[in-house]
Design a protein around this ligand. Structure first.
Ligand code: FBP
Length: 240
């Protein structure tokens, strides 16, 4: 299944990144998440290997983005996220794309840049697009949501060959166009973060799309909302 390079990607890798604390009795189930994804017609579902192995099949009709690295919140050192799943495994699991996080500014960024480089070459050789979670973090970074830092992450993703970059929304959103320009031909997707109040996610999406973002790759703001299916449909309509 071909990945549409635009739209709403539903992120669900939080079980590793944050632990089950993000979940309630209902959304703790990957089957429930896939059901939402299918009902609302998201453009992709983002899983780590375990949920993909046990819950995903292509007949669901939703492309899979397989996240190849991750870390837990229990780890307290300089940010480092290493590969746990191969591109070959992604192909076996019928993934339509692969994802990888780099913490730019960490004292370990060289390890992640090197690993990403290999993954990017392997994935492109198999025709799979590569999505980079470009999250500046660690000793070198004072404010990871400062607009110039977000723009730097966008550019770094382009320089390293990512097809799509997923970025945190900047604290000052007066020049989102600069972030899109910095990413050049790499498509820019917005991450969601903690659940936002009211219609704040819609208002961010509106500004981001107007500035040239291609979509969102969001988790909590969807599956922690009261009506995830309507939420996705509304966001999809805004993005087009
Ligand atoms: P959310 O929309 O829930 O923030 O998900 C986006 C995401 O990038 C997830 O893919 C990932 O698990 C999480 O954020 C990591 O967030 P952080 O490292 O900031 O705790």
């Amino acid at each position: 299944m071909k990945l549409r390079m635009r739209g709403v990607f539903l992120a669900y890798d939080h079980g590793l990144e944050h632990g089950p604390t993000d979940f309630n009795d209902v959304n703790i189930s990957p089957a429930y998440i896939l059901n939402i994804a299918q009902e609302a017609g998201v453009d992709a579902i983002i899983f780590l290997k375990g949920p993909a192995m046990h819950f995903y099949t292509p007949d669901i009709g939703i492309p899979l983005i397989l996240k190849l690295n991750g870390k837990t919140k229990l780890y307290n050192g300089e940010p480092l996220s290493v590969q746990s799943t191969s591109v070959e495994e992604a192909v076996k699991l019928n993934a339509s794309a692969v994802g990888y996080t780099i913490y730019f500014g960490s004292k370990y960024e060289h390890l992640m840049i090197k690993e990403f480089g290999r993954i990017e070459e392997e994935a492109h050789a198999r025709g799979l697009p590569v999505i980079m979670w470009a999250y500046p973090r660690g000793k070198g970074i004072k404010d990871d949501e400062a607009p110039d830092i977000v723009a730097y992450a966008a550019r770094a993703a382009f320089e390293l060959g990512a097809d799509i970059v997923k970025l945190k929304y900047p604290e000052d959103d007066s020049n989102l166009e600069w972030i899109v320009k910095s990413a050049a031909s790499t498509k820019v997707f917005m991450a969601g973060g903690k659940k936002l109040e009211g219609d704040e996610i819609e208002s961010r999406v509106e500004k981001a799309i107007k500035a040239g973002f291609s979509g969102i790759a969001v988790g909590r703001n969807i599956w922690q909302s009261e009506d995830p299916i309507s939420k996705i449909k509304r966001l999809k309509e805004m993005i087009g």
